[in-house]
Design a protein around this ligand. Structure first.
Ligand code: KG4
Ligand code: ZN
Length: 329
């Protein structure tokens, strides 16, 4: 089967409406994102109903803009790839139904891909050969996942969070510190001004599961540290250092459980510069693959890229379901 030349990707799992055109599975011709983060700000987190309304308004303009920017017409598109989950169900359905509608109207095949897998794929999309097996780390607002990557599509679970996802912990700590949503980038900015040793904090240990994560206790510890304290930068820096070092430490332990050849990261938290420093320091002996540019955060280019990789010539059926929870392992 000839690989699809132009793939239209559609992403709507949370609060970003995305459409992208990717050529030959790796050249990003356009990657358009309309975020509704501004309307969620006053609620301190994503308000699903409002996210859905924005998706409905944005989806067609975003697809139009992706095609226009790429200079590709609908009849040139060979495949439509859509994020089928995990995510907010109402949000997912909007992207899914748009993709199905376009698939019918344009007579183009459709493929549903896993959003979490696409986050990891973002780091491999433009790489000639990734040394495998690798340790995969998905660090986002909805997921904290460590897995063994045997090949793209073949994964074995290693660890996950038993409570908050790491990005969620950043967002909640941002909230406690009075920073706007999403808290992750704001906490990172504030942390640059503070001493990471200002407050002795520790990340959660999960009984009998040393490779699982727990961030809710750390968040509560931040709440206590805040009581009567004005050193917000010190708190932000101490929280960030503790959470990221916990990830790196458990990743090192995980990498020692198999013949690990490289580290592959994905998800919004990988935009964090301090994480990059800590991971480099922890894994001086292994190649580390990061999502390029803006591909850390939710985007449709990673959906199109993974769709191109997975497509075997057969369209997914039109009753393809969007799902809140789907596992890649
Ligand atoms: O991957 P993503 O866009 O959406 C999900 O699939 O969840 O990740 C968004 C998450 C948010 O929690 C956001 O605060 C966090 O990524 N994030 C960061 C940074 N930039 C985004 N966390 C820490 N440091 C950052 N620089
Ligand atoms: Zn995501």
């Amino acid at each position: 089967m000839q690989k699809p030349k132009y793939v239209l990707g559609i992403e709507s799992t949370c609060d970003e409406t995305g459409a992208a055109v990717v050529q030959n599975g790796k050249i990003i011709l356009s990657n358009i994102i309309a975020s509704s983060a501004d309307i969620h700000r006053k609620y301190g987190g994503v308000f699903p109903e409002l996210a859905c309304r924005r998706h409905i308004e944005a989806i067609i303009p975003v697809v139009d803009e992706a095609l226009q920017t790429a200079g590709v017409s609908p009849d040139q598109i060979d495949l439509i790839a859509v994020a089928k989950g995990p995510g907010l169900i109402g949000a997912l359905l909007i992207g899914m139904n748009a993709a199905k509608g376009l698939s019918i109207a344009w007579k183009k095949p459709l493929i549903g891909v896993n959003h979490v897998e696409a986050h990891l794929y973002a780091s491999m999309m433009d790489v000639e050969r990734v040394p495998l097996p690798a340790l995969g780390l998905v660090l986002s607002g909805g997921h904290t996942l460590m897995l063994k990557i045997l090949e793209i599509g073949a994964y074995e679970p290693i660890g996950t969070t038993v409570d908050d996802a790491i990005g969620e912990a950043f967002d909640k700590v941002g909230n406690l510190l009075g920073l706007p949503y999403p808290g992750g980038p704001e906490v990172e900015k504030l942390a640059r001004l503070g001493n990471p040793k200002a407050f002795p904090l520790s990340a959660g240990k999960v009984k009998r599961s040393p490779l699982n994560f727990s961030f809710s206790g750390l968040k509560t510890a931040v709440l206590y540290a805040m009581k009567g304290n004005v050193d917000k930068a010190g708190i932000a820096a101490s929280f960030q250092e503790t959470a990221l070092r916990d990830v790196a430490h458990k990743a090192l332990l995980a990498s020692q459980t198999f013949d690990c050849q490289s580290i592959i990261l994905g998800g919004g938290v990988t935009a964090n510069q301090r994480l990059k420093e800590i991971m480099k320091e922890t894994f001086p002996h292994l190649p580390i693959f990061w999502p390029p540019g803006t591909l850390s955060l939710d985007n449709a280019a990673m959906i199109a890229g993974l769709g191109a990789h997975k497509f075997t010539g057969l369209s997914d059926p039109l009753d393809l379901e969007a799902k809140t929870r789907i596992l890649i392992v």
